[in-house]
Design a protein around this ligand. Structure first.
Ligand code: 26V
Length: 797
């Protein structure tokens, strides 16, 4: 393979060539940014060769392809991924050093592509990398948002949101495909012609394709991530411009572009947001047309579409794919309605990512009829057809003037999956209980995973080196080989080396903190980390309550031999989620008081790092000692951060929720600090009137912490600032923070005691690494391939 024959000198020449002839920059004047772009282009050259090879193999074999439709792809930086997967680290490192540049500085100059909110978008990115590593011919389809997830900063402890303009710099990883464009229409009316429905949309925009190659491990395969950008059908209005109406002349263009302008930062409900529905239809319709165009170019009979296309719906955001594909087959290609429904169902499958009722998408029938009149009619027809197939069924696709996207996705999919064993069971028992009774074989489980290339090999070079020295390199694309480390765990030499890697990662992190955030922490302290979106169900407030209680205890008895601890938080709150923002404010307020306390701060510090993103996670996870996965049982569908921590040797303190259950089964109960009610106990506890008050009365530590907060100990200038938070916790406390507090406190003390004995601790940490190999997204993708898609890998020449 060409990438291997590339020398460092070739690489340096290539960088200099790109710098001069593409960027037009003299090396003497080049900035870090210029060097980064030049390196990206040099690496991209190799990547493109492999991409073409994979595409040629696909065109020759005409296999069934996977189409992953997702509103979000939270891919982060791409340069390091490409370098690592093409195995060009040495060449790139040496070439940069020759040019007087620092490899890490160049890598970190790249902005994150933050085209996602959290777990769902990051999962899509891990899947794209695993699909390429496995050699499964696949396309990712999504939206090329001009502005990804907002940039977060704090002002007096409050979250401030600013636009994140990742595209303001030259983006080396995409290719615009001017030949691939689709016209997407909205609104208008439906008429009949020759017995067929004809939908004439009133408003039109162009979906323009931008392709990013996604390269797999060792460059063996590459797939395409195709993101659609909304552009006006006609350029600007010259006639109006010539009349001097400058703003009006640009209006149609601005309106069209709005569709791909921003990523919705709310993973809260989509209700009433016309633009969001437009985004959903825009990218789904463009993708389906692209899929059909490719299929038709290969000359297959329409009824064979399911043999050639597996279309995965990442949550309900692309659920309009069901009615749209029926429309394309029935209205536009004349297939009988029942056959069109069956054919569409043969292609489509749907992944559910949350059971939270407020997050399940519903659209008003009025809005749907206005924006997508033909789809509204087809939804009624699909509903009738489903009723005819299943006499006596109780499920309908519409309710109270709303269309239920989960039910549409389920009805139009041949397989529906949950993302952890517990979540899948709960799907069968709760949201989809009726549909599951009607279609008992439809729901399957595919427990999430993470890509080991990014989350272990690149993010944690020290640990990766140790693993490779111990068991060879095969683990990188066969992560279950990590179990071969098991034999070394009782070897003191190995454990010392394991501990050393962690210590050095922590030192690096402490240095970065001091340099970037101006905060000093003791690298010997227990790094206790909770990083994820801020949500009540994830219970960052349980963590901060325990922190306050611990602070009070240390204050009362400073000489009791406390284990030094740094509590690290990071995560964004949806801009409209008031309670989540109050939690951020509270954590920042608590941090200010605790970090300034001369008595307690040697033992307990609190940090809230701003602007959590993929790159920060890559920096933080390898340095973590303890992974906080403390959601109310039954609420976190899976979690994927939990897997990254376990692989990097940070044992979990957590509830029996999502994939925590499976992590604990694998790493062993001794190496997981379990606490809290089970999903069943949660339901029972909610039925106890006054559960919060009872819990508070039973635990003076909890009562004391709540009292300190409510009396303004952390908000002296505004004593009642946390009135709302305290009222919520002492009142309804839906997420059972108070009822789980004592068990959480106890689990924290168990974790501390284990940490105080390094031999015990590192053994437990190493068990996490050795036994978490199952949580590779390669394993997850193989599961989808056999259980859902019916596809097999291909090899490039
Ligand atoms: C949205 C909302 C909005 C209303 C308030 C509660 C709530 C809870 C969750 C969500 C996010 C929905 C989609 C999502 O990102 N789910 C995440 O998907 C990950 C990948 O499967 C999984 O690991 C996370 O557990 C799950 O929350």
């Amino acid at each position: 393979m060409e990438a291997y024959s590339l020398t460092a000198a070739d690489m340096r020449d290539s960088i200099l060539r790109h710098l001069a002839y593409e960027l037009g920059t003299d090396p003497g004047h080049a900035t870090l940014h210029d060097w980064r772009i030049a390196l990206s282009l040099a690496v991209r050259d190799r990547l493109v060769d492999r991409w073409f090879a994979a595409n040629r193999a696909t065109r020759a074999a005409q296999p069934k392809r996977v189409y992953y439709l997702s509103m979000e792809f939270l891919i982060g930086r791409l340069l390091e991924d490409a370098i690592v997967n093409l195995r060009l680290e040495e060449q790139a490192g040496t070439a940069l050093a020759d040019l007087g540049l620092d490899f890490d500085a160049v890598i970190q100059n790249e902005p994150d592509a933050a085209l996602g909110n959290g777990g769902l978008g990051r999962l899509a990115a891990c899947f794209m990398e695993s699909l390429a590593t496995i050699g499964c011919p696949a396309f990712g389809y999504g939206i090329r948002y001009e502005n990804g997830l907002f940039r977060q900063s704090f002002q007096d402890g409050r979250q401030i949101e600013e636009p994140e303009d990742w595209l303001s710099q030259f983006h080396a990883w995409e290719f615009e495909r001017r030949d691939v464009a689709q016209e997407i229409r909205f609104g208008g009316e439906v008429t009949q012609k020759d017995g067929r429905a004809v939908w004439t949309g009133a408003e039109a925009v162009i979906a323009a394709a931008f392709d990013t190659p996604i390269i797999g491990w060792k460059g063996r395969w590459a797939n395409t991530l195709r993101l659609w950008s909304a552009q006006p059908l006609h350029g600007f209005d010259l006639a109006r411009f010539n009349r001097g109406e400058y703003a009006a002349a640009a209006e149609p263009e601005a309106l069209a572009r709005t569709i791909s302008r921003v990523l919705y930062p709310d993973d809260t409900t989509g209700q009433g947001k016309e633009l969001r529905l437009k985004q959903e239809y825009f990218f789904t319709a463009a993708s389906l047309r692209d899929i059909l165009r490719r299929f038709e170019a290969e000359g297959g009979a329409l009824a064979d579409l399911p043999k050639k296309a597996a279309i995965q719906l990442n949550d309900t955001h692309p659920a309009i794919a069901g009615p749209e594909l029926v429309r394309l087959l029935h209205d536009e290609r004349g297939m009988a309605l029942d056959e069109a429904i069956a054919t569409a169902r043969g292609c489509l499958s749907y992944t559910n990512h949350t059971l939270m009722p407020e997050a399940l998408e519903r659209w008003s029938e009025d809005l749907m009829s206005q924006l997508l009149p033909r789809h509204m009619q087809l939804i009624e027809r699909i509903d009738e057809a489903h009723a005819a197939e299943m006499p006596g069924r109780r499920v309908t696709l519409r309710e109270n003037g709303e269309v239920k996207m989960g039910e549409i996705a389920f009805t139009m999919a041949h397989k529906v999956n949950g993302v952890s064993a517990l979540h899948t069971d709960l799907m069968k028992e709760t949201v989809f209980a009726d549909l599951h009774r009607l279609h008992p074989d439809r729901i399957v489980n595919e427990t999430n995973g993470v890509t080991p290339r990014r989350w272990l090999l690149s993010a944690n070079p020290r640990l990766s080196r140790l693993i490779t020295e111990t068991i060879g390199e095969g683990w990188v694309d066969d992560l279950e080989q990590l179990d071969r480390l098991e034999a070394s765990i009782s070897d003191p030499g190995f454990l010392d080396a394991y501990a050393k890697a962690k210590r050095e990662n922590k030192q690096d992190f402490a240095e970065w903190l001091a340099a970037e955030q101006g905060v000093r922490v003791d690298p010997e302290a227990l790094f206790d980390v909770q990083i994820k979106r801020i949500h009540e169900y994830k219970r960052q407030h349980l963590n901060i309550l325990e922190t306050v209680a611990l602070w009070r205890e240390i204050k009362a008895n400073p000489g009791a031999g406390w284990v030094p601890r740094v509590k690290i938080f990071a995560g964004k709150a949806a801009p409209g989620y008031v309670f989540a923002k109050e939690i951020i404010h509270l954590i920042n307020d608590v941090a200010e008081v605790l970090n300034a306390d001369p008595v307690t701060s040697p033992y307990l510090k609190v940090l809230f790092l701003p602007n959590y993103n993929v790159s920060l996670a890559e920096r933080l996870i390898p340095a973590a000692d303890l992974s906080e996965q403390i959601s109310t049982a039954g609420k976190e569908a899976s979690g994927t951060g939990n897997m990254k921590f376990a692989l990097n040797g940070a044992p979990t303190i957590g509830t029996l929720d999502g994939a925590n259950v499976e992590i604990r089964d694998r790493v062993g109960a001794r190496n997981f600090f379990l606490f809290g009610m089970t999903a069943q106990e949660v339901e029972a506890r909610r039925a106890v009137p006054d559960h919060a008050r009872q819990a508070i009365q039973a635990d003076p530590r909890l009562g004391g912490a709540l009292k300190a907060i409510s009396q303004g100990a952390f908000s002296p200038s505004d004593k009642h600032r946390y009135r709302g938070v305290v009222a919520n916790l002492t009142g309804q406390d839906y997420f059972l923070v108070c009822s789980d507090f004592t068990a959480y406190w106890d689990a924290q003390r168990r974790a501390e005691a284990a940490f105080a004995d390094p031999a015990v601790w590192h053994r437990g940490a190493a068990c996490n690494t050795a036994r978490a190999g199952w949580f590779s997204s390669d394993r997850t993708i193989r599961g989808y391939m056999t259980d859902i898609w019916g596809t097999v890998p291909l090899a490039a020449e």
